[in-house]
Design a binder for this molecule. Structure first.
Ligand code: NAP
Length: 251
């Protein structure tokens, strides 16, 4: 149950899926904590959301999560807010054969997709495991349940996210904790993801994919997962339909 001063915190809120998810939670009347590196983008999003939802409190946290110290500092700086939902959305991909992948980018990918998500999840579980209504939603990928050519390291990082989050969901349930952990697994979604994954200025989704979702559609799927009692929200790559399910890994 949402209280007056409940906040939803979204990492990677300056673009793509994260920005649309912020708008969806604003519609539910949640106050927001928006985290990313690009301050201008966050300010613009804040103004846009406030136009339709003037009563909300929207906190901007300009943070580069590539530095572990910043991750812990960020979490500690949020102590005064009651974070009813944490969305670990910040992440990126890389399209390359393993032998060609840039090592600096690869290390950063593993850091952001795996380490940052694990640190924030762990700190959140410690504080909110017995909080009724609290939810942790981690962004995996369809590539976190199947291997995709030319994206091996990215897929492996998202297999971690899927396994970690499903395992955490089972652990919380077994311990009768209140907090729910959930994992969203999008397939191709038109965002800045393609540009970042290919280190290019532009990326044509129509050229590379026969089907893809918009970030708004993906945010709506995330809300379906949020409102459900299921653990996994996954896009079926054969027909691009969205399905909710219990954990998928053997356990
Ligand atoms: P996007 O448009 O590139 O957005 C990524 C977000 O992460 C941006 O807000 C970016 O903000 C933030 N971010 C990146 N590095 C950061 C850092 N070091 N510190 C803080 N924030 C950082 O990509 P998206 O598609 O929305 O991706 C969101 C999530 O969905 C990711 O976890 C991605 O792996 C997952 N996903 C995407 C797809 C897809 O096809 N798009 C498919 C499956 C899964 P700043 O640059 O301002 O910091």
């Amino acid at each position: 149950m949402k209280k007056a001063k409940d906040y939803t915190c979204i990492t990677g809120a300056s673009a793509g899926i994260g920005a649309e998810v912020a708008k969806q939670f604003a519609k539910l009347g949640h106050n927001l904590i928006l985290v990313a590196r690009r301050q201008e983008r966050l300010e613009k999003l804040k103004q846009e959301i406030l136009t339709n939802n003037p009563d909300l409190d929207i906190v901007i946290k300009v943070t580069d999560l590539s530095d572990t110290d910043n991750v812990v500092e960020l979490y500690e700086s949020l102590e005064k807010y009651h974070i009813i939902t944490l969305i670990n959305n910040a992440g990126f991909g890389n399209y390359d054969k393993v032998e060609d992948q840039d090592l600096e980018k690869t290390v950063m990918l593993i850091h952001l997709n795996i380490e940052v998500l694990t640190i924030l999840s762990t700190l959140y579980v410690r504080d909110y495991k017995d909080c009724k209504g609290a939810q942790l939603i981690n962004l995996s990928s369809r590539g976190g349940y199947m291997l995709v050519q030319n994206a091996v390291t990215y897929c492996a990082s998202k297999f971690y996210v899927s396994a970690f989050t499903e395992g955490l969901a089972l652990e919380l349930k077994a311990n009768h904790n209140q907090l729910k952990a959930k994992v969203l697994a999008p397939a191709a979604t038109k965002t800045e993801f393609g540009q970042v994954a290919t280190d290019s200025k532009a990326y044509d989704y129509d050229e590379h994919f026969t089907k893809y979702h918009t970030s708004k559609e993906m945010a709506q799927f995330l809300m379906e997962l949020y409102h459900s009692d299921k653990v996994v929200g996954l896009v079926d790559v054969t027909n691009f339909e969205f399905h909710l399910s219990e954990p998928l890994f053997d356990h």
